[in-house]
Ligand binder design. Structure first.
Ligand SMILES: [Zn+2]
Length: 157
């Protein structure tokens, strides 16, 4: 399914663990941009649905494009979000891109994440979809717990 919210759970957890290093916004943006490919291929009836942007090379290029777009927007005075540094955007976009390919590798039979070096995908169904989705939800819940604990600690001090 294109642009599944399950991808955001691990991103929320990574952001909760390292909020000053990981931009959740960039993480989500990378995930959405990568799945524009699968949405387009689904609508056009093209196979494989998960193609170049669902390889580690393609996903890394998506992250690079997001970093360049953010850098350009910042130079043009359009990046107004406080605390959103180029480093945070780069780390968030790369983690978003790579975890997207990783999770989709478990889920989808048509993905070839290691092209052009290998057409194989050793991760397909390495765990059940219930475990995969449960792990993503658990990561999102962990993020809420960490975020809540951090707010409580800040409020007390
Ligand atoms: Zn995908």
């Amino acid at each position: 399914m294109p642009i599944t919210p399950f991808h955001f759970g691990p991103g929320a957890a990574l952001h909760a663990i390292a909020p000053r290093q990981v931009s959740f916004l960039a993480f989500c943006a990378a995930n959405v941009v990568i799945d524009v490919e699968s949405l387009y291929n689904l609508v056009q009836g093209r196979q494989p649905v998960h193609a170049f942007l669902h390889t580690y090379i393609g996903a890394s290029l998506v992250a690079l494009a997001l970093v360049l777009a953010f850098s350009g927007a910042r130079r043009a005075g359009l990046a107004w979000l406080p605390g959103l540094t180029l480093r945070r955007v780069a780390i968030g976009a790369l983690l978003g891109a790579w975890t997207h390919v990783l999770l989709d590798s478990v889920m989808h039979a048509d993905i070839r994440p290691l092209l052009p070096w290998s057409a194989g995908n050793e991760l397909w169904r390495v765990v059940s979809l219930a475990v995969l989705h449960g792990g993503c939800v658990a990561a999102g819940l962990l993020a809420l717990v960490v975020h809540g604990a951090r707010r409580l600690t800040a409020a007390r001090s």
